[in-house]
Design a protein. Structure first.
Length: 147
């Protein structure tokens, strides 16, 4: 079992619960940190404000990022992650219900690793989360995993 964290940046409680259930079903046992708005996510990632004493934490294995977040949206979170030397190689997957083509294009222009639209169907959603976990946590080799 990996101790590297998965950051789930999501404000929808149902999607949080579904994601956690899907990881459990896929036997992905990494600790999951849930951050419910963009400001809190950036504070956590960059050890600011209430997270300023978290400098001992390992880099996250994976960041699942919703676009439609309160306070600071997912695009701005992605911009800040990619513009920082320490975090620019983090694996960031957009997991969103947005059907806006501009969100898709902007995300890839900013260097997202993958962009996935949340399936409406429960079983498809669970399968999508399982596939994310299997590929990005188990199969993928990244500079973060090897550090």
């Amino acid at each position: 079992m990996s101790t590297k964290r998965i950051l789930l940046i999501e404000d929808n409680k149902s999607d949080i619960d579904l994601t956690l259930r899907a990881f459990k079903k896929a036997n992905i046992e990494n600790p999951v940190v849930i951050l419910e708005d963009g400001k809190e996510a950036l504070d956590y990632i960059f050890s600011r404000d209430k997270y300023q004493n978290n400098t001992y934490l390992e880099d996250p294995e994976l960041i699942l990022l919703d676009l439609k977040l309160p306070i600071i949206d997912g695009i701005q979170v992605l911009k800040e992650i990619r513009s920082n030397e320490k975090t620019r190689h983090y694996i960031v997957i957009i997991l969103t219900s947005s059907k806006e083509e501009s969100d898709l294009i902007m995300s890839y222009n900013l260097g997202v690793n993958s962009y996935i639209r949340k399936p409406v169907d429960f079983n498809q959603f669970v399968e999508a989360i399982k596939q994310i976990g299997v590929y990005w946590i188990i199969l993928n080799e990244s500079p973060i995993s090897n550090s």
